[in-house]
Ligand binder design. Structure first.
Ligand SMILES: C[S@@+](CC[C@H](N)C(=O)[O-])C[C@H]1O[C@@H](n2cnc3c(N)ncnc32)[C@H](O)[C@@H]1O
Length: 267
């Protein structure tokens, strides 16, 4: 069935499902247990959690986000998948009760990240795993159509990047080591898109960010005015129609396992 016969909501849903399958699932798949409890922190539209829940009916998947309104894009009726509205810095799960926690494209929003990772350590069983995947950089030729300085300014503001912490992904190993997580693997992956559909996907999701919280935040803090914002969106649309458009994103992927709790000796 071609996308043209689908309604707008269904087209969006297809696109998000596709994105979850191409981006997150390859990374999560090797660490999904055959049964047990999985927590997706910062689940966004829920597409990846839905994919994970589909891999086995013996899994209980809990998808957490501080803002669940994005879920209108997915089918929320899988019996082994529950959505929970909660801030990640106080997770509503018992200690030592979870087999796998993952955070896909979320860490840059979490301040402080250490508090959320402590919560992950608390809820995981000893031997449970944590998987984190974070974008490091994006290279593309959008600059032919947009003011890249204005765009970087807007993104850097909203992603709370700051001078001591230019990319939160690099701080993850030391934070995890302090909590007594043990490294299983660290990888980088490059997502390279050239096809018309993929470029369209990147453009659409970027425009959604600009229409959503990231754009609103930048407007509120006067990082950009509304006509500059509109001009960025128009430029991104034009880029997505350019036959030489390309996009490459570099991602850093960490998998760690919860080691035994450190014993505190009171002398
Ligand atoms: C870029 S989206 C990623 C969504 C999804 N994991 C994916 O890969 O498509 C980041 C998500 O993190 C959520 N988020 C940000 N800060 C959070 C917090 N403190 N607690 C819970 N969720 C948070 C946002 O609401 C948003 O849905």
């Amino acid at each position: 069935m071609s996308n043209y016969s689908l309604g707008h909501g269904e087209v969006m849903m297809e696109r998000f499902k596709q994105r979850a399958i191409t981006d997150g699932s390859r990374f999560i798949e090797p660490v999904i247990p055959s049964k047990g409890v999985i927590v997706d922190i910062g689940c966004g539209n829920g597409a990846l959690a839905s994919w994970v829940a589909n891999t086995s009916g013996r899994l209980g998947v809990f998808a957490v986000d501080q803002d669940l309104h994005q879920l209108t894009l997915v089918n929320p009726t899988q019996p082994n998948l529950s959505y929970i509205e909660s801030n990640a810095d106080a997770l509503p799960f018992a200690s030592n009760s979870v087999d796998l926690v993952y955070l896909h494209a979320v860490c840059m929003y979490l301040t402080p990240l250490s508090t959320v990772l402590e919560e992950c350590y608390r809820i995981l069983k000893t031997g449970g795993k944590i998987a984190l995947r974070n974008g490091l950089s994006v290279v593309n030729n959008m600059g032919l159509f947009i003011d890249e300085t204005a765009f970087d300014n807007l993104l850097n503001h909203s992603l709370k990047k700051n001078v001591d912490n230019p990319n939160v992904a690099f701080t993850i190993p030391s934070l995890l080591n302090e909590l007594n997580f043990l490294e299983v693997s660290v990888n980088t992956s490059i997502e390279s898109s050239k096809s018309h559909e993929e470029i369209q996907q990147v453009a659409n999701s970027t425009i959604e960010l600009l229409d959503g919280k990231i754009g609103q935040d930048a407007l509120q803090y006067l990082k950009i005015n509304s006509s500059e914002l509109e001009s960025l969106k128009l430029g991104i649309t034009q880029w997505s129609r350019y036959d030489k458009a390309y996009n490459k994103a570099v991602w850093l992927e960490h998998i760690y396992i919860k080691g035994p709790q450190k014993t505190i000796v009171n002398l």
